[in-house]
Design a protein around this ligand. Structure first.
Ligand code: BDR
Ligand code: CA
Length: 312
């Protein structure tokens, strides 16, 4: 497999943190050009610091972290400390990073990197609200024609929302940016709740992470804290591990299956703001714009994650 150059756009968040570690532990498949932080689960200052903590935990200070947009394109920021804790990565006791964020704005980094790269080479991995990507596309619309793919965690159709009855968190926080991304014409692969709700963190996974050494122990601590909210809310055995599905797909695409569909984002209704409306059955003549994932081999996904985190 060819090594894939990627930019990770993220709002850590414990599940984002694990996704970053998975990418940094997979240099045969992935070349992480940079990490761009966005406001989401917690405010931007924290998502930036948390991204730096992950590059340090993985001993990859060479990977630059850029701070990006501190609020959605047109609306006030909604955060989720009630899920992720005050720091965003509660559960791991990690030192303050010794490295500083890279100079420049995340959106500039995305635009400059994609526009100066070989056309069709770079994949954008979006793990949070789509504000940085939407802003980059609004600034430089030709960007989308030069991408290999956008792979994003966001949206829900069959499962319903996780933040309102209709909407998933990442899309709800910045539906206007999501609308820009989905209409952009870039090749898009979506990991919605329909698939991430099958990737449940079970006790046996936590035990195996805990046995891997200091990085695995940090992962065990973060995921133990993170999953408690969903376990209680849904009354299930383990919380869904959303964002690492994006990175796992890049490494082992055969773990996932879905369908090419039209997706549109609701940006007007107060009742269903941020809903991702998927034409799963091809009932309209709207264009096919994305691959909407529906199934994951959860055992294979956790085996991959454990094997890779064990390398760090
Ligand atoms: C998404 O929202 C955040 O809470 C997670 O990090 C994930 O990206 C799930 O809805
Ligand atoms: Ca996230």
């Amino acid at each position: 497999m060819q090594r894939r150059p990627i930019i990770i756009d993220t709002d850590p968040g414990q599940d984002d943190a694990v996704a970053i570690l998975l990418a940094l532990a997979s240099p045969e498949e992935l070349d992480v050009l940079g990490i761009t932080a966005v406001a989401g689960n917690v405010p931007l200052e924290l998502t930036t610091v948390n991204s730096l903590k992950m590059t340090e935990l993985a001993r990859r200070r060479d990977v630059p972290v850029y701070a990006g947009c501190d609020r959605p394109m047109q609306r006030p920021l909604i955060t989720a400390e009630y899920v992720h804790g005050e720091t965003g990565i509660d559960g791991a006791d990690l030192p303050e990073p010794a490295t500083a964020p890279a100079k420049g704005h995340a959106v500039e980094f995305i635009v400059d990197t994609v526009m100066s790269s070989e056309p069709g080479s770079i994949t954008l991995c979006a793990l949070g609200p789509l504000t940085n990507l939407g802003t980059a596309i609004a600034m430089q619309p030709q960007l989308t024609g030069r991408l290999a793919e956008i792979v994003l965690m966001g949206g829900a159709f069959f499962e319903g929302g996780n933040t309102t009855p209709a909407a998933e968190f990442n899309i709800l926080v910045d539906p206007d940016a999501a609308d820009i991304v989905f209409r952009s014409g870039a090749p898009i692969t979506v990991m919605p709740l329909d698939v991430t709700h099958q990737a449940l963190i079970l006790r046996r996974h936590l035990d195996r992470f805990g046995a891997l050494g200091p990085v695995g122990e940090a992962v065990r601590g973060m995921l133990t804290f993170y999953e408690r909210y969903d376990v209680e809310k849904y009354g299930i055995e383990g919380g869904p591990l959303h964002d690492p599905c994006v990175i796992a797909y890049l490494i082992r695409p055969e773990l996932f299956s879905g369908r090419a569909v039209n997706v549109e984002v609701e940006v007007n209704s107060t009742l269903t703001l941020g809903m991702t409306v998927v034409d799963w059955w091809g009932m309209t003549d709207r264009p096919i714009i994305a691959t909407w994932m529906r199934e994951v081999d959860a055992a294979g996904f956790f085996d991959l994650l454990l094997e890779r985190i064990g390398r760090l």
